[in-house]
Structure formats: C-alpha cells, structure tokens
Design a protein around this ligand. Structure first.
Ligand code: ASP
Ligand code: MG
Length: 406
C-alpha cells in the first residue's frame, strides 16, 4: 500500500513524541508499505510565532507572517527526518515549496492550485520517506504562503491525491469520531465508518478534528481518510464514500455547538432586497451567519432571525440597531445564550419522520425549540443553552446510539 501519514501538533510536540511518531512510520515500512509523511508544527508553535510578530506591531504584513509561521512545520519535518535517519531509514524533509505545492497568492488563506508530485512519487517508489511540511506552499512568484489554521490536514489530503495513495492516515490526539461528545454522553460510541458528507456536517458543527477543506478535497477525489490516535494503536474512524450499510442506521450522530447567539430584527417593511440589506453589512464585517429564518410577511412586515458566533454578538447587535433605524424596522432583539443541536445521518435520505421524532423527543423533555433548519442529511434546532446537555443526551439515547454497556 501507499500511505500518507499526517501527524498533528501533539504527535510532534516534543522529541519524545517525535520518537513515538517515528515508530509509527517505521511500523508501516516494516509492513512493506510506501510512506510519505506530512507534519504540523509542534503544538503551540504557530500561536507562539504569531504572537511574537504581534508584539512588534498590531498588523504585521501577511507575507511576513506566512514566512514566519511556515518555519514551525519546517522544524518538526526536519526533526522527524533526523529521527528517522538515525534509525537507518532514508527519510528526507521537504518544505511545501520543495515538495511542489503551488498555491495562489492569498497569504494566510492560500489555496493549493497544483502539486507537482512526480518527484516525491519517484522518491516514494525508491523506498524513501519524504517528510513534508504541512500548511504551506509557494505562490507562482515563489513567496511562501500558508493555507489557514489547521491547514496541514489539507496538505496531507492533497499530497495523498497527488501521489495516488491508497489512504491518508490522520494521526491526532483523539482516536476517532464519536456518535456525540463523550464528555456529555459517556455511552457515545466510536464510529467505524462515516461518509464524507456526514463528516463535513460534524466538522462545521464544531467537532474541530479536521480542517473542513481537507474533507471536501478528500470527498472530491474519493480519498479514504483514517482518523486515528498517535497515542493508542487502535483502529480509528474511516471517512469514506457513502455506502449501503450507512443508510441502515437512521442517524449517525448528534452534534452540538454552544458558540451561537441569536438575533431577531422585527417588523421590517417587506420588499425585495431586505435580506440583502440585513446580511450585507454583517458579511462586510467578516461575520459568519449560520442559521437563518425569515417568516412570511404579515401586513407587509416581516421578521428575520439568525445566529452568529457568540464572539460576534455585540458587533452584530450594533450593526442591527443601526439598520433597524435605516430600514424603518420595529425592533431588534438578541440572546447570546442559545446553542445548536443537530442530528446527522445519510440514513435520513431513506428514513422519513426523523424531524418529527426529534421534535417529539425534545418536547417530552420540555425543551423549547427556537429555530429549525434542515438539510438532506441533518436536522438542526436552536435551543436555550442551558438545555444543551439534556438535549444531546436524550437524542443520543432515543435514536439508539448509546453503547450497550459502559
Ligand atoms: N500549524 C498550523 C496551525 O496550527 C497548521 C496545522 O497544524 O494544521 O494551524
Ligand atoms: Mg489540526
């Protein structure tokens, strides 16, 4: 097999951890596999470098920030290569540029345009282990660029695609994706196989295991991902194309996000363009709007309710108060103690009545639903934050996700 192994910050966080990581590389080689490695910076390093730059000035140039933080991955790649060489393994470190990662020029959030993977493929076939820095590339002018926080995942998937690997192993400090947060529900189970689309829903719901872009990329090229622990030698979660077995279960997991605040702008004179008027300034401020509900207009007036991350609540309220006057709306109300809970599963495509079941379950517990939104494989409700644990626990159990014993 040809494998790309990606190691996150905790897996290269100290020389001792780098030693353990080298064991994992050596084990795959011993099985006769070809291995390429992608590494993150040592844990905490990207933050440390960024804050040093910000001690000098409030807004360091993005180009220099990229040049600076890219060194974090170079350190861990070189150290791991040294560790592997010390064991007699032909391993060589490569920066993003050396590995052929060409990106656009948008510093701090660059996108990979192309990977000239032929060179690395030849090295792999010769039995060498390329150790590639994640998170970075060079643009067409040769400037160092980075892919956005968490970008090493995307580097690993892109490399796996470029060298036509059989699987991309993502080693991290958790041992897989669970049916829900085990801190809330001790009976949560590890999911053996999850569809890319489900994983995307979990990722965007705050299960910050993988950079969302890496999952989108893997889905587009059908590259299997194996999410696993670098601390424990157990099978993790395979993220793969949807298959029949997945449809048998109605839902695969319950996700939640406490980081939500709700804002309602009421009594807006209803006419074409109002939604654009409301969300234009919010988008302009770089704020991500999540759930949106606009009700039917009554006597020419309408209400719009939406959620934003809690950290953006005050700023969004200020924008809405200004808009309220400009648009001649009646009032603005907000609540920053709401949370979002979702049931997710590709099985929903073939099972009907999931939404009704979810609403029944919550009603029985006396949980009031404030907003609802759905997709083909997800039903989301916004509720009072104080009920979030109750909601997650009850839904998990009612949808039959609890482990038998634990
Ligand atoms: N080191 C970068 C970060 O901390 C990239 C990564 O780890 O994926 O965001
Ligand atoms: Mg990460």
């Amino acid at each position: 097999m040809r494998i790309v192994q990606k190691f996150g910050g905790t897996s290269v966080g100290s020389l001792e951890r780098i030693g353990k990581t080298a064991d994992l590389v050596a084990a795959e080689l011993a099985q006769g596999n070809q291995v390429a490695v992608v590494v993150s910076a040592m844990s905490g390093e990207t933050n440390r470098l960024t804050s040093m730059a910000h001690e000098i000035c409030a807004q360091p140039a993005a180009r220099e920030l990229d040049a600076l933080v890219a060194t974090g991955e170079q350190v861990s790649a070189a150290l791991l290569a040294i560790e592997l060489q010390n064991r007699g393994i032909a391993a060589y470190s490569y920066s993003g540029g050396q590995a052929g990662f060409v990106t656009d020029s948008k510093h701090e959030r660059a996108r990979i345009k192309d990977i000239e993977g032929d060179h690395l493929l030849t090295r792999l076939q010769a039995g060498e282990v390329p150790v590639v820095t994640g998170f970075q590339g060079v643009d067409e002018q040769g400037n160092v660029t980075t892919l956005g926080r968490g970008g090493s995942d995307t580097s690993a998937v892109a490399l796996a695609i470029a060298v036509e690997a059989d699987v991309c192993d993502i080693y991290t400090d958790v041992d897989g994706i669970y049916t829900t947060d085990p801190r809330i529900v001790p009976k949560a189970r590890k999911i053996e196989r999850i569809a890319y689309e489900e994983m995307l829903e979990f990722a965007s719901l705050g299960a910050k295991v993988l950079q969302t872009r890496s999952v989108e990329l893997a889905m587009r090229y059908n590259m299997p991902l194996h999410l696993r622990s670098s601390f424990e030698p157990v099978a993790g979660t395979m993220v793969v194309q949807e298959d029949d077995s997945m449809e048998r279960a109605t839902i695969s997991g319950v996700a939640y996000n406490r980081d939500e605040a709700k804002i309602t702008i009421m009594g807006i004179p209803d006419q074409p363009g109002i939604a654009a008027n409301v969300f234009g300034p919010v988008a302009g401020a770089g704020i991500n709007v999540d759930v949106i509900v606009q009700n039917v207009s009554e006597q020419g007036y309408t209400d719009i309710t939406f959620t934003v991350p809690t950290g953006d609540y005050q700023q969004t309220m200020d924008i809405m108060r200004r808009l309220c006057k400009q648009m001649d709306a009646r009032d603005v109300k907000g609540d920053d103690s709401v949370a979002k809970v979702s049931v997710v599963g590709v099985g929903m495509r073939s099972h009907s009545g999931v939404a009704k079941d979810m609403f029944d379950i919550l009603a029985r517990e006396g949980v009031n639903i404030q907003m609802i939104t759905t997709s083909e494989i997800k039903i989301t409700v916004v509720i009072d934050e104080k009920y979030i644990e109750l909601a997650v626990r009850t839904l998990h159990s009612a949808f039959g996700l609890d482990a038998e014993d634990s």
